[in-house]
Design a binder for this molecule. Structure first.
Ligand code: FMN
Length: 358
């Protein structure tokens, strides 16, 4: 029903500038009466992040930045929802316009710059839903003008532990100058140690989210550091600063910011497969970037993802996509007579890392 309503509204929303359309979408979701999410096929359940997650299809960070509608998003059928990015003190982000739809490429470029109402506003909202069902996490970052970036992440963890199931350490947003430098080994080691210490008794799972624009040496160091520091999952990947030559919307492609959607699928999935080959089953991977169909989700899982997330395809295909992907994953399992989605994780990592997705 909800998916149908949004399909009807899509032409109207796409006639508006992308940020206004998004604000309207969030306001509409906030008005929806609470409904329980549909129950999922048990073959799709995933044990990760210290939880039994009913299906592997998650909502990626950036959709509900101010943590306003987690329960409405869960009711769309996502197995888990990542809210945020959130930073400790309120900050406006970059001037508008700061998000662009590359319609012909089924892509988005954004340079929001972690616009956030700040930790306190978000903490109050999450406190109000404490104890409700559904796997929910928050993506955390540092203020643009922070003198102690690592302290910012630790402050977010200390304030939100106990209110959410997982916290994603975002060291990969391209729109906060210097943030991605925290992916360097020495910084990352210190950051992950401080984040882990900052947790209270609830001990939310810690997830690390990386950029697609890193070399394999950097990936080696990130995986080793994450494993040493007991990170619970690695998310591959954030948006890219690269501009593939194949982009058709050439004028918009020149906008500064992170590119997401279809053109991100191949590079982020190759990096995911490379990460899987290094992790060797020691922590689960969350595959993000250009998932727009059951086939794309199946490829991410074959590349090594235990869980997947999406954002940009929702803008182009609407919220019915989540149910379509789940149905399609069950069909893929049945076609191969497999009992569980876990049987597929990483099966083709070696060939996908070489760029062969078939
Ligand atoms: C408008 C927009 C805002 C985003 N904001 C965040 C953010 O705050 N933190 C973060 O880690 N990723 C953010 N992302 C990245 C997404 O979570 C995701 O990693 C990326 O878009 C690739 O997935 P997709 O191709 O399915 O969109 C944002 C993406 C978009 C399009």
């Amino acid at each position: 029903m909800i998916a149908g309503l949004f399909s009807l509204a899509r032409p109207f929303l796409h006639a508006l500038d992308p940020e206004t359309a998004h604000q309207l979408t969030i306001r509409s979701l906030a008005l929806l009466p609470p409904v329980s999410p549909p129950s999922d096929d048990p073959r799709l359940s995933v044990r990760a992040l210290g939880r039994l997650i009913p299906n592997p299809v998650g909502l990626a960070a950036g959709f509900d930045k101010q943590c306003e509608v987690p329960d409405a998003l869960l009711s769309l059928g996502f197995g888990f929802v990542e809210l945020g990015g959130v930073v400790p003190r309120p900050q406006p982000g970059n001037p508008r316009p700061r998000v662009f739809r590359l319609e012909r490429d089924e892509a988005i470029i954004n340079r929001f710059g972690l616009n956030s109402e700040g930790l306190e506003a978000v903490r109050v909202r999450l406190l109000a839903r404490k104890g409700r069902p559904g796997v929910v996490g928050v993506n955390i970052g540092a203020n643009k003008d922070s003198g102690d970036r690592i302290g910012d992440y630790a402050a977010c963890v200390a304030a939100l532990d106990g209110l959410v199931d997982f916290l994603t350490v975002n060291v990969s947003s391209p729109n906060t100058p210097g943030l991605r430098d925290l992916q360097g080994e020495a910084f990352l080691d210190d950051l992950l140690a401080r984040v882990s210490e900052a947790r209270g008794d609830a001990r939310a799972a810690i997830v690390l989210k990386i950029a697609p624009d890193i070399g394999l040496d950097a990936l080696d160091a990130i995986v080793a550091t994450a494993l040493r520091r007991g990170v619970d999952a690695l998310t591959v990947s954030n948006t890219t600063v690269a501009r593939p030559a194949s982009l058709r919307d050439a004028a918009l492609a020149r906008e500064t910011g992170g590119l997401s959607g279809k053109p991100l699928f191949a590079p982020s999935t190759r990096l995911l497969a490379e990460a899987y080959l290094r992790v060797e089953g020691r922590m689960p991977l969350i595959g993000v970037g250009g998932v727009d169909s059951a086939e794309a989700a199946w490829t991410k899982i074959r590349a090594g993802a235990s869980l997947i997330q999406l954002y940009t395809a929702l803008v182009y295909k609407g919220p019915g996509l989540t149910a379509d992907i789940k149905r399609g994953l069950v069909r893929c399992l049945e076609a191969e007579r497999l009992n569980h989605i876990a049987d597929v994780v990483g099966r083709d990592a070696r060939t996908i890392a070489q760029g062969d997705f078939d």
